[in-house]
Design a protein. Structure first.
Length: 182
């Protein structure tokens, strides 16, 4: 489309150049959106490093961009998980941070990793106004639940004295050669 618009621009009179430039701008925006969507759908960082390091990098960048103070803590040995589990947990943390920024009015958030045997729990909590137990939960939480459910995990929402905690729990299937084991 870009090449076609470029050629049309050369062949067109001055009257229509504004329209062609506008179409080229819209095409450029669409291409950027596709790149962003592709990155979010399969973030390269999660393929290149372990889950905790990837989340630390995510938290650091998110905090710098939003001004939100984000701390990451671990308890227990967080082992190597299958790519599906790593990707799902990373995306859940990403969505939880995004929800905190958009809805909570929080000044800080924590991401806590807890390993108990083969199960990993990630708690993303904030000090914001919290989700009302009566409020209709949005698409983001439903997507997180669905993502974990496909892996045999579960998602919980806890209402805190100040803020909200999202708890993602899933068996951390580990890669062993060509097989995945628990």
């Amino acid at each position: 489309m870009g090449l076609g618009l470029g050629r049309l621009r050369v062949l067109t009179s001055n009257k229509r150049l504004g329209l062609i430039e506008e179409l080229q701008g819209l095409l450029s925006e669409a291409q950027q959106e596709i790149r962003s969507f592709s990155f979010l759908a399969r973030p390269p960082v999660i393929q290149q490093m372990d889950l905790v390091r990837a989340v630390r990098l995510l938290a650091k960048g998110f905090g710098e961009r939003t001004g939100l103070c984000v701390a990451v803590e671990t308890a227990g040995e967080i082992g190597a998980c299958s790519p599906q589990v790593r990707s799902a947990l990373y995306r859940i943390v990403q969505e939880a941070l995004s929800n905190i920024h958009r809805h909570s009015g929080a000044s800080r958030a924590t991401i806590d990793f807890h390993a108990r045997g083969p199960v990993i729990h990630i708690v993303v909590a904030d000090n914001g106004r919290g989700i009302s137990p009566q409020s209709r939960l949005g698409v983001g939480l439903a997507g997180m639940r669905s993502r974990l459910s496909e892996l045999g995990g579960r998602l919980s929402v806890k209402w805190l004295a100040q803020g909200t905690a999202i708890i993602a729990s899933v068996r951390c299937a580990r890669e062993t050669g060509n097989r995945v084991s628990a």
